[in-house]
Design a protein around this ligand. Structure first.
Ligand SMILES: NC(=O)c1ccc[n+]([C@@H]2O[C@H](COP(=O)([O-])OP(=O)(O)OC[C@H]3O[C@@H](n4cnc5c(N)ncnc54)[C@H](O)[C@@H]3O)[C@@H](O)[C@H]2O)c1
Ligand SMILES: CC(C)[C@H](C(=O)O)[C@@H](O)C(=O)O
Ligand SMILES: [Mg+2]
Length: 365
């Protein structure tokens, strides 16, 4: 699939629903521009998943979408879901397409870096003395196991309708995600906190045991554990105590939305979903934001930062990734804001639409 001369990357693009098309379009422009500057070509292949796929094909995750993703160097995704599809049964909901993509591509690792840009200190809801020197946490979320993928169903309990979901983790599943966390910590500040609910859940008891076994392979990294309820509190009480957090699928989902607000907005948090190969899927942590869709209000920075993660982890273009990250920081340092990260002191002319923020980053790349 590679061209002689200029390297060509094949990128499957799933714009999805709600604000998905708006934010992904900006990230595609940045990838294209990064290619021009750094001498590679991104060839985009648009495919459908989510609510728009249901409308077009009757299926949230058409087979050709999964095949196109598997045949690509990487996948860029906006977001899926929306109130139009809320009445569908669980297994038909657009969000299940995401789970199908994650498991179908075997992307068991989800990196969610929560980094407070210095220019956004005003947008962090914590007191300056709590944030101190800044906030830089990497959440390593297990992505293809746990309660999201356990047995679930409807049943009856004492004759009354009931429903259940099951959390199950195998030792190898825990081992591999813990290793990712320790390897990541080695490149950062050398500290991993495992977050679980081992005082109640059997799956968490196993998780904690395996985490500490893996920790012995990394004597140079500090390893500790914390219960999820305490971790949720500690994250807003003293975020500086965390470096890498490794946790289960559902706890990671919840903690990352919480962490996003410490970076100013959910519109700032990127993610990389990775497996054992170079193929990865890159998407913002937020959803399809139906309340602001089509209004040009969405912050595209989480998606653009996800594209930078793609350049780093799937396309092996670290210089281009650094350049995109620097352009994001520069746009913010210059005072450019989308509405979600503006405050009362932001001059009106500095409040940008989705497209304008994309252009601001592009102009600084
Ligand atoms: N990865 C995904 O595809 C993904 C992730 C989360 C939620 N969802 C789906 O998205 C739909 C809406 O979910 P929700 O409302 O709970 O969460 P959401 O993240 O879409 O929105 C929560 C709030 O954050 C705001 N917001 C989100 N992204 C923003 C951005 N880039 N810029 C500015 N503001 C932003 C929204 O306007 C809203 O007020 C649901 O169908 C949900 O299942 C999809
Ligand atoms: C939409 C939903 C399935 C998804 C998840 O829970 O993983 C989302 O919340 C996320 O954080 O990517
Ligand atoms: Mg989520």
């Amino acid at each position: 699939m590679r061209k002689i001369g200029r390297t060509t990357y094949h990128i499957a693009v799933i714009k999805g629903d709600g604000i998905g098309p708006e934010i992904v379009t900006e990230a595609m422009k940045i990838l294209h521009l990064a290619g021009e500057k750094f001498g590679f070509l991104c060839q985009f292949h648009e495919v459908l998943a989510g609510g728009c796929a249901i409308e077009a094909t009757g299926q949230a995750l058409p087979e050709e979408t999964l095949e196109a993703c598997l045949a690509s160097d990487s996948v860029l995704l906006g977001a899926v879901g929306g109130p139009q599809w809320d009445t569908l049964p669980g297994e038909k909901r657009p969000e299940r397409a995401l789970l199908g993509l994650r498991s179908g591509l075997d992307l068991f690792t989800n990196l969610r870096p929560a980094y407070l840009q210095p220019a956004l200190a005003h947008a962090c809801p914590l007191k300056p003395e709590i944030v101190g020197e800044g906030m830089d946490i990497l959440i390593v979320r297990e992505l293809t196991g746990g309660i999201y993928f356990g047995k679930r169903g409807r049943t009856k309990v004492n004759g009354a309708p009931a429903a259940f979901d099951t959390e199950c983790y195998s030792v190898p599943e825990i081992q591999r995600i813990c290793r990712v966390a320790f390897e990541s910590a080695r490149k950062r500040r050398g500290h991993v906190t495992s977050v679980d609910k081992a005082n109640v859940l059997e799956s968490s008891r196993l998780w904690r045991t395996v985490f500490h076994e893996i920790a012995r392979e990394y004597p140079d990294v500090t390893a500790d554990d914390m219960f999820i309820d305490n971790a949720a509190m500690q994250l807003v009480h003293n975020p500086a105590q965390f470096d890498v957090i490794v946790t289960t699928n559902m706890f990671g989902d919840i903690l990352s939305d919480e962490a996003s607000m410490l970076t100013g907005s959910i519109g700032m948090l990127p993610s990389a979903s990775l497996g054992a190969t170079r193929l990865g899927m890159y998407e913002p942590v937020h959803g399809s934001a139906p309340d602001i869709a089509g209004k040009g209000l969405a912050n595209p920075l989480a998606t653009i930062a996800s594209a930078a993660m793609m350049l780093r982890y799937s396309l092996d273009q670290p210089a281009a990734a650094d350049a995109v990250d620097r352009a994001i920081a520069a746009a913010l340092a210059d005072g450019w804001r989308t509405a979600d990260i503006a405050d009362a002191s932001t001059p009106e002319e500095k409040i940008l639409s989705t497209v304008q923020m994309g252009e601001a980053v592009a102009s600084l790349l």
